[in-house]
Design a protein around this ligand. Structure first.
Ligand SMILES: C[S@@+](CC[C@H](N)C(=O)[O-])C[C@H]1O[C@@H](n2cnc3c(N)ncnc32)[C@H](O)[C@@H]1O
Length: 202
């Protein structure tokens, strides 16, 4: 189902942790060599892309459902990371508290440089608080984990997501992902005895 509809059905101020991995249009625009969806990027192009307006609506919906001091793990592409994404937080109670780089252990696309990393922005809903809320203190901010290529084009690292879930929630808590793709967050939840609520439009 549509992730925005899904979020509108969840109770406000109820969940300690959510993940959001937008289907960024920007990457395909910036890497537009003219053969998108033909020779390159076939799997990517077949997925439904999100405009910035839709991404903002998702973030507003996630802000609504998070508990006070709850965390949102937001995957970010290089272009938005460099040109700015903080406008997306306007009108929410979310603020940036950390960032992590995922080293995929293999090279991807790119003309000037070949992409090997993805970025995760760590946001917290007010009030900003670390003590007693963030429980694991040895997660490195560069995380090396290779994901098998045979599934969803954007599958994220399960072990990293497991660690993050354990850092900010307890067994039995519910974790939310409104654009779940391969449902890698659900896999991580099963491994750490958390419940999962999520969907994907496809
Ligand atoms: C970057 S992928 C997520 C990958 C996921 N984190 C994983 O580990 O597999 C983004 C997903 O958003 C989905 N999507 C796009 N628009 C959506 C919408 N309005 N509601 C829910 N899902 C949507 C796409 O189908 C795609 O699977």
């Amino acid at each position: 189902m549509d992730g925005l509809t899904f979020l509108s059905r969840l109770q406000q101020d109820s969940f300690p942790v959510a993940f959001f991995d937008p289907q960024y249009r920007g990457i395909l625009d910036k890497l537009g060599y003219g053969n998108e969806g033909e020779d390159r990027g076939k799997a990517r192009s077949s997925l439904k892309q999100m405009s910035e307006d839709i991404i903002c609506q998702f973030i507003a919906g996630l802000n609504r459902i998070l508990l006070p001091s709850g965390h949102l793990f937001l995957w970010m592409d290089k272009f938005h990371l460099c040109t700015g994404f903080t406008d997306w937080l306007n009108g929410t109670q979310l603020e940036v508290v950390d960032m992590l780089t995922w080293d995929k252990g293999r090279m991807g696309m790119g003309y000037r440089t070949r992409r090997r990393c993805e970025y995760l922005i760590i946001l917290q809903k007010q009030p900003r608080r670390a003590k007693g809320v963030w429980k694991i203190h040895n997660i490195p901010d560069v995380w090396l984990e290779t994901v098998e290529r045979n599934g969803h084009a954007h599958k994220k690292p399960v072990r990293l997501q497991e660690e993050l879930i354990s850092a900010v929630s307890n067994e039995g808590d519910v974790v939310v992902d409104p654009a779940a793709g391969s449902f890698s967050v659900m896999e991580a939840c099963k491994l750490r005895n958390r419940k999962f609520l999520g969907c994907d439009i496809l």
